[in-house]
Ligand binder design. Structure first.
Ligand SMILES: Cc1cc2nc3c(=O)[nH]c(=O)nc-3n(C[C@H](O)[C@H](O)[C@H](O)COP(=O)(O)O)c2cc1C
Ligand code: SF4
Length: 464
């Protein structure tokens, strides 16, 4: 079933596997996509995935976080993106969907601390996500500006000739901050009930659809369950309130998120891309080992940005590793097809296609989720970093790559600071081999996989 073609709206997909978003430092400092971006993305198109979903691309010049990630906050980015996407798709059947997002109060990094990285639905203290001490409640004008930023960026995606646009209402980013009851304590039309927390997403969907037109593929990435009880997810509203406790321990669960799914279908969204959790990285969205080493590097690299960031790094440096793992590592473990049952729950309530995300690497697991009717397509990230030619390996009859992804999750925690790549030394003959792979991954000379097979040298000629 994995190799059966599929269609959503007017976009034909050669098979059922999409490369899920992989954000990394692959743009110039102003957010323009670079040849490194093309070289990185092209290997997945050449490896046979039906489509690539881009990294989360910023929509606002003020919140370009992490640094050197691509942006679409201005019309000047359209032409370079068009060239890049044409180059990535050339010679394959691969489609290119751009995912747009705004970090809001979860902004990871900045050159200098700035107030724009603090805005959110309400004021709250967050232990891990975001570098600032406390988020600031947005005014209605701030909200209107975010809706306009999404609409303008979506128009640019269509103008660049991409095959579709996806908006992230997941990952703990700004729309998710409005959906989640613990981070949205508003009492105006944007908060206070399940329906009102949906208001920002509804406005974004309506304005994006107006900009891209009815014929353009438009999907939403949605978290099926927030898991607010995870220690890594702790948020304290400011001023502190403890009622209702359900908001602290659960957040949104399927009763709320299936309601969101139905509303999104009514609003004319073409597909839903389902994961879970709240924040990136998160044990439910990226099921696997606790990436202690990567988080250690991240909190130290960002420690200069605020009092909280300094204290966070100090705690991380002083608390012994086993205790860090016991507290923050609680809930981290690998689960195959981690969100497939959530995808199935969504599929039962809506008629639009459902993409399941997280924990797909074995062929039988992918085929099982598809043939059991849990989802229409699957999106894969880490196993494709480890083996960009995963589909070609399946075609040869392998159930699982010989050198599979271990789901150590280090790539997730390193990506905001270090080059995007595989950081699990166990998968390489030596530490030097691992580092060579990392520093070469976005170059035209990079090994295609760990087999030593190299990309076509034609790709070295990319000129944006
Ligand atoms: C290095 C890295 C960067 C990622 N960047 C993004 C991103 O920019 N946007 C996003 O929505 N998800 C991002 N993700 C999450 C993945 O798209 C995916 O949901 C997650 O890794 C679980 O899928 P997997 O088990 O196939 O890896 C990233 C994951 C990794 C490993
Ligand atoms: S660092 Fe490598 S092995 Fe670990 S999760 Fe990422 S791709 Fe997989």
């Amino acid at each position: 079933m994995l190799f059966e073609p599929f269609r959503i709206k007017n976009v034909a997909f050669a098979n059922r596997v999409l490369r899920s978003s992989l954000g990394g430092r692959m743009a110039y400092y102003d957010g323009t996509v670079s040849p490194a971006f093309v070289h990185f993305e092209k290997r997945f198109a050449d490896g046979g995935v039906a489509a690539i979903i881009s990294p989360t691309i910023s929509i606002n010049q003020k919140r370009m976080s992490p640094l050197e990630y691509p942006s679409l906050h201005d019309d000047r980015f359209v032409k370079p993106l068009r060239h890049a996407v044409n180059e990535i798709r050339a010679g394959s059947d691969c489609r290119y969907i751009v995912q747009l997002g705004d970090t809001g109060g979860h902004s990871h990094t900045s050159i200098k601390p700035q107030i724009e990285d603090r805005i959110s639905a309400s004021s709250f203290f967050d232990v891990l996500y975001g570098y600032h001490n406390r988020s600031i409640k947005m005014s209605e004008e701030d909200i209107e500006a975010v809706v306009t930023d999404f609409a303008n960026a979506a128009r640019r995606v269509a103008e660049a000739g991409c095959d579709g646009v996806e908006i992230t209402a997941s990952k703990g980013y700004i729309i998710h901050q409005f959906l989640n009851p613990v981070t949205n304590r508003r009492t105006d039309k944007y908060g206070g009930s399940v329906e009102k927390r949906f208001q920002l997403l509804q406005e974004v969907v309506q304005r994006v659809r107006q900009e891209v037109g009815d014929g353009f593929l438009f999907g939403i990435r949605l978290s099926a369950k927030d898991f607010n009880w995870l220690p890594i997810n702790i948020r304290i509203p400011w001023p502190p309130v403890i009622w209702p406790p359900r908001h602290y321990f659960i957040g949104n669960d399927l009763p709320e998120t299936t309601y969101y799914a139905k509303r999104l279908e009514q609003l004319g969204v073409d597909y839903l891309h389902i994961d879970s959790g709240f924040g990136f990285p998160n044990p439910k969205g990226s099921p696997g080992d606790f990436p202690d080493e990567g988080l250690h590097i991240f909190v130290n690299a960002t420690s200069y940005l605020s009092g909280k960031a300094t204290a966070r790094a100090a705690v991380y440096n002083l608390v012994p590793r086993p205790i860090r793992k016991a507290v923050f590592g609680f809930g981290w473990r690998f689960k195959p097809a981690a969100n497939a049952d959530f995808a199935a729950a969504m599929r039962r309530v809506v008629g639009i296609p459902i993409i399941a995300n997280g924990g797909f690497q074995d062929r039988s697991v992918i085929d099982g989720a598809l043939s059991d009717g849990k989802c229409d397509m699957v999106a894969i990230a880490r196993p494709l970093i480890a083996n960009p030619d995963l589909l070609k390996q399946f075609e040869k009859g392998l159930e699982r790559p010989e050198n599979p992804c271990s789901f150590c999750t280090l790539c997730c925690s390193h990506t905001a600071v270090f080059p995007l790549g595989c950081y699990d030394e166990r998968r390489f003959e030596s530490r030097e081999d691992m580092l060579n792979q990392v520093i070469a991954l976005c170059s035209p000379q990079a090994p295609f996989a760990l087999t030593g097979k190299r990309l076509d040298n034609d790709h070295a000629e990319t000129d944006l």
